[in-house]
Design a protein around this ligand. Structure first.
Ligand code: GLU
Length: 291
């Protein structure tokens, strides 16, 4: 029988809070119950926001909480060369294109569209989709701008990618945390428009690194928050484009703050370190998140 593999994959760009604690402990509980293993992955590709201090704090919080993972920890910032190989393949296959528009230019494009009475579509997070102009730039012009050091990001041509695959794109989603049965969810990556798959100076993005690492680490079960549910559509598309295996998914409930909103890393009162300093025990944390 193949070993079931779960992972907890936080980004060290702030302090861990109760939402992270729930996700980490749920993954650990499910891995133990299934006789599988739990991996820890540090998602630190954003080298400006992720810091060694946050990472050290994160590891200390997780150990205090009683999380035990199989070594070694995979740190994404140590694998840029591997992501670059895959990015270069996507470039060669013309599935990505350099996108040069700045935030201001995108805003101006949308304002202009709206003055002409048209609404511009937004992604599930409410961010306007990337305008189509750069996709049509002649190769010569693209190369000229890149040579001139213009800032850009590599974006996936979702239309071309979907056409390449044809057929329905679905994933298996567990019905609940007993992980006893799944249902099929139709992926709809086009809802996100042409997502960023790499930056000029960082040869990956969250989506690209996550699908590559889940495959490289043989992750069979991705258990993470509902806030990432529709992002899974983009990741399924990348898995098929790159010929990677697909894990099964469970998108768990979110821990909400007293105001009913999703917790954020800047809400200090629900930070694990703050709660610990105020005298909370790991068992108190389990109770607070309903475990
Ligand atoms: N690194 C992501 C985060 O901190 C989670 C990625 C995932 O679980 O797929 O929200």
């Amino acid at each position: 029988m193949t070993l079931l593999t779960f992972r907890f994959a936080p980004s060290p760009n702030g302090e861990l809070h109760l939402g992270h604690a729930y996700s980490a402990l749920l993954n650990q509980g499910l891995a133990m119950h299934a006789g599988g293993r739990l991996l820890l992955r540090v998602e630190d590709i954003d080298t400006t926001r992720c810091t060694p201090a946050f990472e050290a704090g994160m590891l200390a919080d997780l150990k205090w909480l009683g999380l035990a993972w199989q070594e070694p920890v995979r740190r994404q910032s140590e694998h840029f060369a591997e992501y670059r190989v895959v990015l270069e393949r996507l470039i060669r296959e013309e599935l990505v294109y350099p996108a040069f528009m700045s935030r201001g230019e995108i805003r101006a494009f949308i304002a202009d569209t709206q003055t002409r009475g048209r609404d511009w579509p937004r992604d599930p997070d409410g961010v306007p989709l990337y305008p189509p102009a750069d996709k049509a730039l002649p190769m010569k012009e693209r190369n000229r701008r890149i040579a001139e050091n213009a800032p850009f990001a590599w974006r996936l041509d979702v239309g071309a990618a979907m056409k390449r695959l044809g057929g329905d794109l679905v994933w298996a989603e567990f019905n609940d945390e007993t992980l006893s049965a799944t249902h099929s969810v139709v992926a709809s990556p086009q809802d996100w428009g042409d997502v960023i798959v790499a930056r000029r100076d960082i040869p990956t993005s969250y989506h690209l690194a996550v699908v590559m690492d889940d495959a490289l680490q043989c992750v069979s079960h991705v258990v993470r928050g509902r806030d990432l549910f529709s992002a899974t559509g983009v990741q399924r598309l990348l898995q098929d484009l790159l010929g990677l295996p697909q894990p099964a998914y469970f998108h768990h409930r979110l821990i909400l703050g007293p105001d009913g909103r999703k917790l954020s890393k800047s809400l200090r009162d629900t930070g694990l370190a703050t709660l610990r300093d105020a005298g909370a025990s790991p068992d108190d944390i389990r109770h607070m998140v309903g475990l």
